[in-house]
Design a binder for this molecule. Sequence first.
Ligand code: SF4
Ligand code: SF4
Ligand code: FES
Length: 395
Amino acid sequence: MITNKSADGASEASAGGPPVPGTDTVGDGPRTGEHAGESRESSAGAVGPTAVDPVDPDRSGVTGVARAGQGGAPVLLGQIRRILTLTVDDRAVRVPEGATILDALHSEGTAEQADTPTLCWAPNMNPINACRVCVVEVEGSRVLVPSCARKVEDAMVVRTDTEKVRHSRRMVLELLASSTDMSQASAEVQRWMTDYGVDPGRYGPPAPPAAAGERDARHAGHHHAPDGTTAATVAQPVKIDNDLYVRDYARCILCYKCVKACGTDAQFTFAITAAGRGFDARIATEFDNELTDSACVYCGNCIGVCPTGALKSVREHDLREDGEWDAESETVATTICSFCGVGCNLELHVQHGSIVNVTSPADHSVTHGHLCIKGRFGFQHVQNLPPENARSEKA
Ligand code: SF4
Ligand code: SF4
Ligand code: FES
């Protein structure tokens, strides 16, 4: 008997003979347990897609192994992956080939190792590798490596809590906090800043904010050095040019998540990208047009992944401006979008009986955390609040 490790980690014993190594589709000849002449469609119809992410099988929407009909033998989907062994802080850890170091820390690490800080990483996105706050030491590597993007190799030796690692993470968080407004970053990010002893104040008081549009007009290579008495910042007025979401780039840490969500990771609209160089780099639409004159389709997927509150719904922005934002009171109800038959899961974020935001779970097999304009913003018709209970409805 040969035991196969399926893509989702489940062991399956093949019945009646060995499987075909490396077979990752269900369209190229009978599998073990199938009868010659049996229609391929009879099982293909039951198993769905065949591309399996070994690290996160849910992302592919399949489990890696399916039954070929009632009483049939298992049909192996996805590639067979080797199990690699690495050493993390003197402890042996085993993960499937293709996993990143961060995957290994999340799935097999201690609580401290799993709490590795990240800013540009998200479970529903491909690694972007921009912020470098997740760095670890790898034996034999001249420099620290980003754990979110570096794939595990057999016999790799990783250290996650050395002085070099902690110093580097602190510097990343400190420089970001000295130049951007991190006050609306997630509670997790705030906790990491405390844990790593971040002190952005040591760079001096913040420089005055730029006027509206000033940073957008800067040309690469024309950055003027600060005078040394203040900390350079990206502070600037909030861009409000549509009814659905605002862009508050004084809070932007240039993690590129919005660019990837708008592009190849989810939406394929490519309405935004990074413009400029060095400290003048910023997220921009084509020709710095207002969103209403850009390619934006208002799916809000950029908002969904932004880690600092730089992108947020007009509704949230207005409530915060009016001092009515109450995150403590927020509850989340999960439902299914009623606009079409795709079946997207919606998470309705409710404060004081009023929907303030809509998101989707990152691990949902239909949405992978991403929505369209209707699911994200089309919720006013279900509010129907009596006037005495309605909060200011500006979105
Ligand atoms: S709302 Fe959608 S289309 Fe518009 S910039 Fe954001 S991700 Fe791109
Ligand atoms: S706007 Fe948000 S998601 Fe986009 S680069 Fe800035 S911080 Fe990242
Ligand atoms: S989280 Fe790894 S580089 Fe940003």
